[in-house]
Write a protein that binds this ligand. Structure first.
Ligand code: UT7
Length: 325
């Protein structure tokens, strides 16, 4: 079986910063409520850039950090809940933009666990020998599916993109990986697509508006439980102890979720890397953006271990232990 190296990362967020105070002029909320209930202070919102635009910028940065040419990429996997279009896939648009002419392209949908799912799939293609170099992307323009009148959701999310280059190599950087889902809890976080409507259906169908709705409490409970379970499982699978993990990079959803998970694991929250105060929840992009920051800020060195863990709509979940190269 071939070994998988993570040879580069990149990320991108739009330049427009939207503060909690700005949102409090749109819905009945306050900076104080948002900060104390979530830890979020501000988020980045697209002023016209679509998912492929942000994904392209993150991918170019990842290629630069990996020191590879676009032509070397054999596969592009892009995870998003907010594609530019149904057809073509957003990965095909990125392929055109970066001129990765040799790449097979497809999108996946796993909501906030999308980056982890995409790494898992990409790694399998490398392990099997089918492809040598894979570009994995998590990118979202959540601002286009948010109901900006719903204070339960609109305060949480932001736009952004992240990317990583996986390549077949001498050393294994992915020392444990796990993904899963519980579709029975799918109603906790939804965004409808186009309902069935054709000439066989006599009743007129009112088009659902494609906006996010969520049972925040249900997700909160699920998130804490699954994060704790995944951390334990990944450590067990890799015969690692929590002390050996330099950072846990969680999906950046809510600081209170992280606090609860830390408490249940009996560890300090300082072990968790967070940036949700600045970006909010960027769904499939969140873990990759945080991972890229950890690398770019030189917070880790060669040989360190990072545990990433995520959960999201579906409900989906997943985690990876990465050995820093
Ligand atoms: O990637 C996965 C995506 N989803 C998540 O990560 C969501 C996870 N869940 C959460 O982060 C939290 O459940 C929320 C931040 C969404 C909500 O926090 P909470 O502590 O569970 O609040 P709550 O829903 O129990 O609401 C408490 C009160 C309610 O008022 P009443 O009924 O007590 O009078 C809400 O109406 O807070 C009210 N509320 C707000 N008030 C001011 C809800 N949203 C807001 C708001 N500003 N933005």
């Amino acid at each position: 079986m071939n070994k998988v190296e993570i040879i580069g990362t990149g990320s991108y967020v739009p330049s427009k910063v939207v503060s909690n105070n700005e949102l409090s002029r749109m819905v009945n909320t306050s900076d104080e409520w948002i900060r104390t209930r979530t830890g979020i202070r501000e988020r980045r919102i697209s002023q016209g850039e679509d998912t492929s635009d942000m994904a392209t910028k993150a991918s170019i940065e990842a290629m630069k950090s990996a020191n590879i040419e676009a032509g070397q990429i054999d596969l592009i996997i892009l995870s998003t809940a907010t594609p530019d279009s149904f057809i073509p896939s957003t990965s095909c648009i990125v392929q055109k933009n970066i001129k990765a002419v040799n790449a097979t392209c497809f999108d996946i949908s796993a909501a906030c666990s999308g980056f982890i799912y995409a790494v898992d799939i990409g790694a399998q293609f490398i392990r099997s020998g089918r492809f040598k170099t894979v570009l994995v992307i998590g990118a979202e323009t959540l601002s286009k599916i948010i109901d900006w009148q719903d204070r339960n959701t609109c305060i949480l999310f932001g736009d952004g993109a992240s990317a990583a280059i996986l390549q077949s190599g001498e050393e294994e950087d992915i020392i444990a990986i796990h993904t899963g889902a519980d579709g029975s809890k799918g109603r906790a976080l939804t965004c409808p697509a186009i309902p069935v409507s054709n000439f066989y259906l006599k009743d007129e169908i009112t088009l659902n508006k494609s906006k996010v709705s969520m049972d925040g409490k249900e997700i909160f409970k699920f998130a804490v439980k699954i994060m704790v379970k995944l951390v334990k499982l990944l450590l067990e699978e890799s015969h690692c102890s929590l002390e050996e993990i330099k950072y846990i990079i969680p999906h950046q959803a809510n600081y209170r979720i992280i606090e609860c998970a830390a408490q249940k694991l009996g560890i300090n929250t300082s072990k968790f890397y967070t940036n949700l105060d600045h970006y909010g929840n960027t769904s499939a992009a969140s873990i990759g953006i945080a991972l890229d920051e950890v690398y770019k800020k030189n917070l880790v060195e060669s040989g360190d271990k990072i545990l990433v863990v995520g959960f999201g709509g579906g409900l989906t979940y997943g985690g990876i232990i990465i050995k820093v190269r």
